[in-house]
Design a protein around this ligand. Structure first.
Ligand SMILES: NC(=O)c1ccc[n+]([C@@H]2O[C@H](COP(=O)([O-])OP(=O)(O)OC[C@H]3O[C@@H](n4cnc5c(N)ncnc54)[C@H](OP(=O)(O)O)[C@@H]3O)[C@@H](O)[C@H]2O)c1
Length: 372
């Protein structure tokens, strides 16, 4: 399943050559599809060739989001290449400050420095921007939104909404229903993060490293600080307090999204040689006692969450099954008797979908539905 999904993903990243473009004889223009709906949007994807941008394009295809035109933006390296949307070719354009002149809605995922440089221009040009990078997540004026958790925050947007980090999204999808029911004092989380959470190039590097290792050839590391094939590693810059930036994102973003600084959050983030979907071991201490059965019942009613929890039949969430799916999967729910009101959960989700592209598109869909 993972290999199938990885192959499908890698082929979907593929671009049609200039030659093929001229063979099919189509003019250089943005894809135009006018849906028979009252409102439709001129959409731009910034970082359209990347792992998140590719998934964004796939999900926009799958869902009935009202698109009037789609502009695919990337760096000068990709400009002029062709991608397809609903079987129509679209020429990738280089991102410039003029890119937003004829755009209403921007999905941005080209890295934090690109967001810092270009998003202010997009806002100035009255676009609504939903940003997947960390550039503005902690700004007081920027809502940080998971629709199922804190959609109300999005209503206060001033042209920009930030998508949280992928690891934070799936953790809070699982914890918010429990937090609402019994309160949470403390969260201890360890992540097992797939390489697609780093970039499309990281996926390709893990394929190359794995092949090289199996063939006895030397392994090269361009994307990762350590060999990733057949290894478990730390993959993020470290802050002065010894925690990685990824770990501190999980702490700060949890406080901001839940609007509750009193929750203790301790995170250890780890990269594993898995292509798609992050897994998390989450231990919580709740304010009031919650049994494992009660937690299962609450989570089985939560939107966007699926409980798979029958260990005796080896039924629990697995990354290979979550890859390509929209829900956040929760299992291995156990009471932790080593502390008062302790609970353990295993949480798995596709980092490129709910952890990034899907979450951003859901925000736009809801804003469209409520006409904001
Ligand atoms: N991967 C995930 O699961 C995930 C989840 C949540 C958030 N994010 C965040 O989303 C962002 C993108 O992640 P990714 O995994 O999609 O990375 P990626 O695969 O490396 O893609 C990066 C994209 O940005 C474009 N880009 C780079 N420099 C640019 C520039 N100067 N101007 C315009 N476009 C530029 C690249 O275009 P070229 O092809 O032309 O170089 C490519 O389309 C990152 O900030 C990441 O932290 C990722």
């Amino acid at each position: 399943m993972t290999n199938f999904y990885a192959c499908e993903y890698l082929s979907k990243c593929g671009r049609i050559s200039h030659q093929k473009f001229s063979q099919i004889g189509l003019a250089k223009s943005n894809f135009q599809e006018v849906y028979k709906m009252d409102r439709s949007y001129r959409v731009a994807i910034v970082g359209a060739t990347g792992a998140v941008g590719t998934t964004m394009r796939q999900i926009l295809e799958e869902r009935a989001f009202p698109i009037a035109s789609l502009k695919l933006l990337a760096s000068h390296r990709s400009a002029g290449e062709i991608l397809t949307f609903k079987d129509q070719p679209i020429v990738i354009e280089e991102l410039t400050h003029d890119s937003f002149d004829d755009v209403d809605l921007v999905f941005s995922s080209a890295g934090a420095s690109v967001s810092r440089e270009f998003i202010p221009t997009a806002i100035e040009k009255e676009c609504l921007v939903i940003d997947n990078t960390s550039a503005f997540r902690m700004d007081a004026d920027t809502p940080l939104v998971i629709p199922e958790v804190n959609m109300q925050a999005a209503m206060r947007h001033q042209g920009l909404i930030a998508n949280p980090n992928c690891s934070t999204i799936q953790m809070l999808m699982a914890l918010k229903p429990l937090y609402d029911e019994v309160g949470i004092k403390r969260i201890v989380v360890s992540t097992y993060q797939s390489v697609s959470g780093k970039s499309g190039s990281a996926v390709i590097e893990l394929v190359d490293q794995t092949t090289a290792a199996l063939e006895g050839r030397p392994i090269t590391c361009d994307q990762f600080p350590h060999q990733m094939a057949f290894n478990v590693a730390f993959d993020w810059p470290f802050a002065d307090n010894g925690y990685s930036e990824e770990e501190m994102k999980m702490v700060k973003e949890t406080h901001k999204i839940l609007e509750d600084d009193t929750i203790g959050v301790s995170a250890t983030t780890v990269r594993v040689p898995v292509f798609f979907a992050h897994s998390e071991s989450v231990n919580i201490q709740t304010d009031r006692k919650l049994t494992a059965d009660e937690a299962r019942r609450i989570l089985s009613q939560a939107r966007g969450v699926t409980v798979i929890d029958d260990p005796k039949s080896r039924s629990y969430p697995l990354a290979i099954n979550a890859a390509g799916q929209d829900d956040v999967y929760v299992g291995r729910i156990r009471e932790d008797d080593s502390i008062d009101n302790g609970l353990n959960l295993w949480v798995v989700a596709d980092n490129l979908r709910k952890g990034a592209a899907l979450n951003a598109i859901q925000i736009a869909e809801i804003l469209d539905q409520i006409n904001v």
